[in-house]
Design a protein around this ligand. Structure first.
Ligand SMILES: Cc1cc2nc3c(=O)[nH]c(=O)nc-3n(C[C@H](O)[C@H](O)[C@H](O)COP(=O)(O)O)c2cc1C
Length: 217
């Protein structure tokens, strides 16, 4: 049995559940990359990411056989790690202990992982299965539950899917996601006005304007 079981438990990672994280990787030219990725805890203390093959994260992980899974609640980092990658300059990273991929500074916990297996899912996606090499958690105060965290994360995931549906000609599905984002924006404006969440939601909403479909609201 892997010695990391207790620490993964303490981080609250339960088997067969997906957790939204920010994954940091390193390219063959030693450039760092950040991207939000859903991580699933499997049996045998393995972790799985179902990843689109056209992402930089996938290319880096397959090439270097490693990554760092950063646990954080910072919704602004989830947004920036897709749409404002230029914000992740050198000082946003720190060294890892067991891999060359960096850690994202100020995350709540770091899971350094080694790629063990890549399983093809379909033309677009693969399952990357990782073995844990090192886990470190930063001491943080308890966090109060806030609906806005989830509203922003849901909206961001939807936002990344809209261009995919539009490219496939599935306009109805894209419109549905735009409707949902507008719904979440309403929640955030009502219960978390004027903070980080509403700032990110404003950026998400302005991205919607670039799509050639009308949002139903
Ligand atoms: C919360 C969240 C979770 C995500 N999870 C995944 C995932 O599990 N697999 C995936 O391929 N893309 C996922 N995405 C989309 C990628 O983050 C997005 O495609 C990103 O632009 C990839 O960046 P990269 O090309 O630098 O790797 C997720 C996005 C968000 C907002």
């Amino acid at each position: 049995m892997s010695g990391w079981r207790t620490l993964l438990d303490e981080l609250g990672l339960k088997r067969n559940m997906t957790y939204e994280t920010i994954v940091t990787t390193i390219s063959k030219d030693r450039d760092f990359n950040v991207a939000p990725m859903g991580v699933i805890r499997m049996k045998g203390e393995r972790l799985k990411i179902r990843v689109y093959k056209d992402t930089e994260t996938y290319r880096n992980m397959v090439l270097t056989r490693e990554a760092v899974i950063n646990l954080t609640f910072k919704v602004e980092d989830f947004y920036s790690s897709i749409y404002e990658k230029e914000r992740f300059t050198g000082e946003r990273f720190t060294d890892s202990l067991t891999v060359n991929s960096p850690r994202l500074r100020n995350a709540d916990a770091y899971i350094e992982v080694q790629l063990e297996e890549v399983k093809n899912v379909d033309q677009e996606r693969s399952d990357c299965i990782f073995k844990v090499k090192f886990v470190e958690a930063v001491k943080t105060m308890p966090r109060a539950l806030c609906r806005c965290d989830y509203a922003v994360i849901e909206s961001l995931i939807h936002l990344t899917r809209i261009p995919v549906y539009l490219e496939r000609g599935e306009k109805g599905k894209a419109e549905e996601l735009i409707y949902l984002i507008n719904h979440y924006r309403g929640i955030v404006e009502r219960i978390c006005p004027g903070g980080k969440h509403s700032e990110v939601m404003r950026k998400i909403a302005s991205k919607l304007e670039g799509f050639k479909v009308e949002g139903k609201s």
